[in-house]
Design a binder for this molecule. Sequence first.
Ligand SMILES: C[S@@+](CC[C@H](N)C(=O)[O-])C[C@H]1O[C@@H](n2cnc3c(N)ncnc32)[C@H](O)[C@@H]1O
Length: 281
Amino acid sequence: MRLAQGMTSSSVGGRASGTPGCVYLVGAGPGAADLLTVRAHRLIAEAEVLVYDRLVSDDVLDLAPPKATRLFVGKAAFRHSLSQNEINALLVKLAGSGHEVVRLKGGDPFIFGRGGEEAEYLVRHGIPFEVVPGITAASGCATSLGIPLTHRGVATGARFVTGHCRDGVDLDLDLNWDSLADPQTTLVVYMGLANAPRMSRRLQAAGLPPDTPALAIASGTTPQQRICRTTLQGLPDDVAAAGLSAPVLLVIGKVVREAERIGICGVPGEPKRLQREADRA
Ligand SMILES: C[S@@+](CC[C@H](N)C(=O)[O-])C[C@H]1O[C@@H](n2cnc3c(N)ncnc32)[C@H](O)[C@@H]1O
């Protein structure tokens, strides 16, 4: 049963005990259901109430019992979405009336997922909660393609940044371009599709070479996965020409080329495992 969002605890059947239930802030991983943690899988399979975001895949939701109540609170075209304040209040109301709530978020709940804000709100309202980590899109998408985000002699670190502007805040003010333009660091940009042209321009202006390898991954780890291999300079035009649609992750750095050079990377074709299966056929 998948319920239209807008439902509240009063419309969800269940216990009316005096003691609060618990909220499990669970990372649903990058999409593929078999990339869930064992703990996340168990909690979903036993769920009574699920409150979930747009990036949680149907394959993951299908693991929940048919009788579980599913409340969609994400942002999606043609569907009204709840504000973060309304989501916080919904979690408190559900758990406050005794429900065990599985709050499912794509990737890891504490990486660009506002899970920290929800946890803070639960603490303030005395609601017990537990956080279950998930594979974040950066490692899920890149590693499953055979791209190591760090690699000895190539990238000494990785930076995860958001390419999304907060309402009324200019991206230029939010990011330190000089520190990001480091050729020894892999840059992973979440929510960077719309601002790819500006990211490309500002990183080049800050000194990152235009031929720095770049990769855009759409719907990584899912059957809908699409990739676009390009350079920092070519990023805006190539990603636009490829017609990728959200969710898209940008990986910028020498590891993309290096992974191809040493033959551990499935880019730009299929992952190695699939290539071997094709060879056998
Ligand atoms: C609001 S953030 C949530 C990130 C999430 N908490 C995580 O740890 O992966 C959403 C962004 O994550 C990235 N993303 C999440 N899943 C993805 C996937 N399967 N493929 C590509 N990008 C993904 C995209 O950049 C998307 O715009």
